[in-house]
Design a protein. Structure first.
Length: 307
């Protein structure tokens, strides 16, 4: 039976970008125009607990190297496709081994209000900034550069706070950082002044984490973010590890940094201590540019709702 989801995606690509061709007779690899971009389409049904499963063939990934190339993840729940720049993850795949069938195994995990890409033995990576055709469209315009190149630590904190607030969460920022937030980046909102009760054993650690999202009505911590701007990625992972060992029910931990440190994150996460604690299964990497995209998309949606 024809895959209508894939057919609709191909029609959407042609409608937006024009000519589209298969690469080497593949049913999954496509090139836009005169090699303006390459797209590797992977499809999965949504299984229990919102999980999806994908296999990326090593031989296909080689066709993407050196090109303006994207991994396109498509699911059957009606959500917008993801267009993940292959260059952002090329080093990750280079440092891991495919399964015996020659495929890298991935999962797309929906965690309520965010999507994360899990790469076997490499960790979880936030992909909210890659939703929709715009990610692909902007690479086809050479005059448009990715944002967030010069963001400071405090500016990233501000945007993460704005994202949390747009999602309806209360936001906690360490007291020493509050005065450094850049309110020119997002609409100013009231910050929470304390960590919820019930986390006494790690209260001091939580109060130093860069951004904490809290579901106020339930007094539940829903997200922890460490911005590793100049500090080692390892230090943030250790802090998360201590929290997870004391509070195993917390499930969203994110290291936030620039794109060049994604591979460092994956290498550090392979340490036995993080695998034994289970942190390697629940922590994700979030790139600065994705923070900007995620924030812009949420704010735009909120403005549209207000009319």
């Amino acid at each position: 039976m024809p895959n209508t989801h894939k057919a609709n995606l191909l029609a959407g690509l042609r409608g937006r970008f024009g000519e589209l061709h298969k690469i080497g007779g593949s049913q999954s690899l496509f090139v836009l125009g005169a090699d303006a971009a390459r797209v590797y389409i992977r499809y999965s049904k949504v299984h229990a607990h919102g999980r999806t499963f994908f296999g990326l063939r090593d031989v296909d990934l080689r066709q993407l190297e050196g090109h303006n190339a994207f991994l396109c993840f498509l699911v059957d729940d009606g959500s917008a496709p993801l267009f993940v720049p292959y260059a952002d993850f090329e080093e990750i795949f280079r440092h891991t081994e495919p399964a015996k069938d020659g495929q890298y195994k991935l999962q797309l995990i929906s965690q309520g209000d965010a999507r994360e890409l899990y790469i076997a033995r490499q960790g979880r990576f936030n992909v909210e900034g890659y939703v929709g055709y715009e990610t692909l469209a902007r690479t086809l315009n050479a005059t448009r550069l990715r944002e967030a190149v010069d963001l400071t630590h405090s500016q990233v904190q501000t945007l993460l706070g704005g994202i949390g607030r747009a999602k309806g969460y209360e936001v906690f920022v360490p007291a020493n950082d509050v005065g450094k937030l850049d309110w020119s980046l997002t609409e100013q909102f009231a910050l929470r002044r304390n960590i919820p009760a019930g986390f006494k054993s790690v209260q001091d650690i939580l109060s130093e984490i860069d951004i904490v999202w809290i579901a106020g009505g339930r007094e539940a911590i829903t997200g922890l973010f460490e911005v590793e701007h100049s500090t080692p990625v390892y230090s943030g992972l250790l802090r998360f590890n201590d929290v997870l060992l004391a509070e195993p029910n917390l499930t969203r931990f994110s290291i936030v940094s620039n794109d060049t440190r994604r591979a460092v994150f994956a290498r550090q996460l392979s340490r036995p201590t993080f695998r034994k604690s289970g942190l390697s299964e629940v922590v994700s990497f979030l790139e600065y540019a994705n923070v900007v995209d995620w924030h812009a998309r949420l704010i735009k949606g909120a403005k549209n709702e207000r009319g």
